[in-house]
Design a protein around this ligand. Structure first.
Ligand SMILES: [Zn+2]
Length: 361
């Protein structure tokens, strides 16, 4: 019997029995071949799809370029610091690579894994830092960088990290100030230029966070190396002596000292602060004490709770930056943060304001 359904599909062919029979055989063969072909194609598709499914990431995976976002309170996104102020030698713990909390309200909703990295980046307000000037290099070759804010005729300087890793929080404070002033440049009065040197002793900063990080790579305490009452050996009574340090072979022997000396002598600075830690207070420079430094110390003492007059440990200080600066006619202070860990942020901002608005007597 002719298959009506097949016959209908083969209508153009002559309706004879022999032809019909031949057609039926051919159709049956074709049908079998088609089924075989279908089975082969299906198997091919399956074998092709299985490896693809196995290597595809789950659709809920966080894109790799967002994986650096850490958990943070709503509205605050923690991003890796994308601003690198300057190239640093590799493998060093200089604080430019630390993770910074960017308190920017991107959205009150938690970002979903589908949010693009571009929109996240443009929503933050990480400040763009000014290009620093490299004034010299440390014994190990690290750049000594100074950042400038404002361009007024009254020039002032903040130095941090003269005691390297042992007082690393002073460098952390300097970076915080650099970022803050980059974000709020209006804080600099029109008549002022402020320079910030975040780390005078990068060698010590890379060595250690404890006593061994105080000196530079030559073992020299950079705050005993200046040409002001310099002594190769000084009485240690009441002085810092947690690790062996020297004053250098002669006053100004170290490249870090020489670089900062040259910078100071080529600028008309009227005041500077050298940050230290910890807890001893505010020290005006000069022997005898410079009257302008004494006045500036009084202004700083008014806005801080740091000991002033400073604590007297009985140490006779030799070869200090602030005493050399006093000889150059600069009102210079050592200010000690309250601990070795904190940056005393609010106090530091108040001191910054007092420093920037100070009027020389
Ligand atoms: Zn110090």
């Amino acid at each position: 019997m002719p298959d009506k359904s097949l016959k209908q599909s083969d209508q153009p062919l002559p309706p004879t029995d022999s032809v019909q029979s031949g057609i039926n055989g051919a159709v049956a063969g074709l049908l079998g071949f088609n089924l075989l072909l279908l089975a082969v194609i299906t198997l091919l598709i399956l074998f092709t799809a299985i490896p693809t499914l196995a290597t595809d990431p789950p659709t809920t995976a966080v894109p790799a370029n967002l994986s650096h976002i850490e958990t943070a309170p709503p509205g605050i996104t923690r991003l890796a610091n994308s601003v690198t102020p300057s190239p640093q030698p590799s493998g060093t713990p200089l604080p430019t690579s630390t993770v910074t909390v960017v308190a920017t309200r991107i959205s009150t909703r938690t970002p979903t894994p589908t949010a693009s990295a571009t929109s996240m980046t443009t929503a933050t307000t990480e400040p763009i830092l000014p290009e620093p000037s490299v004034i010299g290099r440390s014994v190990l070759g690290y750049p000594l960088e100074i950042y400038q804010f404002g361009s007024g005729p009254t020039q002032r300087l903040i130095v941090a990290g003269i005691h390297g890793g042992y007082e690393a929080n002073t460098t952390q404070l300097a970076w915080a100030l650099i970022k803050h002033l980059s974000q709020y440049p209006e804080l600099i009065p029109g008549e002022v230029t402020l320079y910030i040197l975040p780390v005078l002793n990068p060698d010590g900063l890379t060595f250690s966070k404890d006593a061994d990080g105080r000196a530079n790579a030559n073992g020299v305490d950079l705050n005993r190396n200046w040409d002001a009452d310099w002594q190769a050996d000084w009485p240690l009574d009441g002085c810092w002596q947690l690790s062996p340090v020297t004053a250098g072979n002669y006053p100004g022997s170290e490249p870090e000292t020489q670089a900062l000396m040259a910078f100071i002598q080529s600028h008309e600075l009227d005041a500077l602060i050298s940050y230290h830690s910890a807890a001893l207070g505010i020290f005006p420079g000069g022997k005898p004490v410079d009257p302008a430094a004494l006045h500036l110390a009084g202004q700083v003492a008014k806005v801080s709770n740091y000991p002033y007059p400073p604590l007297d440990t009985g140490c006779t200080y030799t070869g200090q930056l602030i005493d050399w600066a006093a000889r150059q006619g600069i009102a210079a202070l050592d200010i000690e943060l309250s601990t070795h860990d904190t940056i005393d942020w609010q106090i530091s901002l108040d001191i910054l304001d007092a420093f920037l608005t100070w009027q020389s007597p």
